[in-house]
Design a protein around this ligand. Structure first.
Ligand code: TPP
Ligand code: SF4
Ligand code: MG
Length: 285
């Protein structure tokens, strides 16, 4: 039975700043859940630390608010314990592309069957707007008053080269399009990465709704874009200052980690009972 939007409401309301792009992502996740044939109790929303990482508090599913940069290993553990669950990771750009970049990269080469949504506001919102790994070159904040000197990480290129089998980008100002990408990401079999352009209205005065709106173009309207080509995904990911591509960049069919692990062939580990390790330990004594 389809989930009703109302039943996804938790008993508290988000404390994000009025106008924050996280509201659009929140709405899009909930809308996508109402449009899929997955029972509510099958979802687990896992997050790190940051403004956007508070998401599990405000969607009534199972959830886990973990440590900064650590949602990927936690989510992998959830999948290994019960791979029948639909796991959605939600976290910021600092969380996934900064402190958690190692975990982010290893997650993709394993191809766990889950969706990772990155709320990419190009700053550290929660800690008052410092430069993040995706801040534009020259971006001024109180941590880089003369402008950052570093070349920003390109999450799309990292995801494609690290082995993600679904790589997309959305914009929190276009909730309908974002909802569709979230649905596609959940329904994809393998690791789906969805980078979301998410204005931080309080601290990022450069990458505003208007700034993104003037640049976003839907890849699906470009009939020549081939989603099976890594080269084309890279080329589309290079565009930024004048045009930013949203939509599906790349998709590939590859066996998931769970499909290949012999221990999971009999079903989820949680259904297999407790294994008696006594005989093994006795042999080692
Ligand atoms: C191990 C650790 N280091 C640093 C912090 C401080 N800290 C909390 S959130 C955050 C950055 C959040 O930025 P981002 O992930 O982009 O999320 P946003 O707030 O922008 O949504 C930092 C550095 C922490 N909580 N834990
Ligand atoms: S500081 Fe920025 S990211 Fe955090 S809630 Fe406010 S607008 Fe959103
Ligand atoms: Mg951020």
């Amino acid at each position: 039975m389809a989930i009703e939007l109302k039943s996804l409401e938790s008993n508290t309301f988000p404390s994000w700043c009025p106008g924050c792009g996280d509201y659009g992502i929140w709405m899009a996740i909930k809308q996508a859940m109402t449009q899929m044939d997955v029972p509510q109790e099958n979802y687990v929303v896992v997050s790190g630390i940051g403004c956007g990482s508070k998401m599990p508090h405000w969607i009534k599913t199972f959830g886990f608010h973990t440590l900064h940069g650590r949602p990927a290993p936690l989510a992998s553990g959830v999948k290994l314990a019960n791979h029948d669950l639909n796991v959605i990771i939600v976290g910021g750009d600092g969380d996934g592309y900064g402190i958690g970049l190692g975990h982010f990269t290893h997650l993709m080469r394993r191809n766990h069957n889950l969706l990772y949504i990155v709320e990419n506001n190009q700053v550290y919102g929660l800690t008052t707007g410092q430069t993040s790994p995706t801040s534009d070159e020259g971006y001024c904040s109180h941590s880089t008053p003369h402008g950052t000197l570093e070349v920003p990480v390109n999450p799309i290129k990292i995801a494609v080269s690290a082995g993600a089998t679904f790589v997309a980008r959305g914009f929190s100002g276009d909730i309908q399009h974002l909802t569709s990408l979230i649905k596609q990401g959940v329904e994809h079999k393998g690791t789906a990465i969805l980078d979301v352009l998410q204005p931080c209205v309080t601290f990022n005065k450069k990458n505003t709704y208007q700034w993104y709106q003037e640049r976003v173009r839907k890849l699906e309207e470009d009939k020549s874009h081939d989603i099976t080509s890594k080269v084309e995904a890279f080329k589309a990911a290079e565009e930024w200052e004048d045009r930013i591509n949203v939509g599906l960049y790349y998709q590939e069919d590859r066996p998931t980690y769970e499909d290949q692990l012999p221990q999971l062939q009999k079903g989820p580990l949680v259904d297999q009972g407790v294994v008696d390790v006594g005989p093994v330990l006795n042999r080692l004594r």
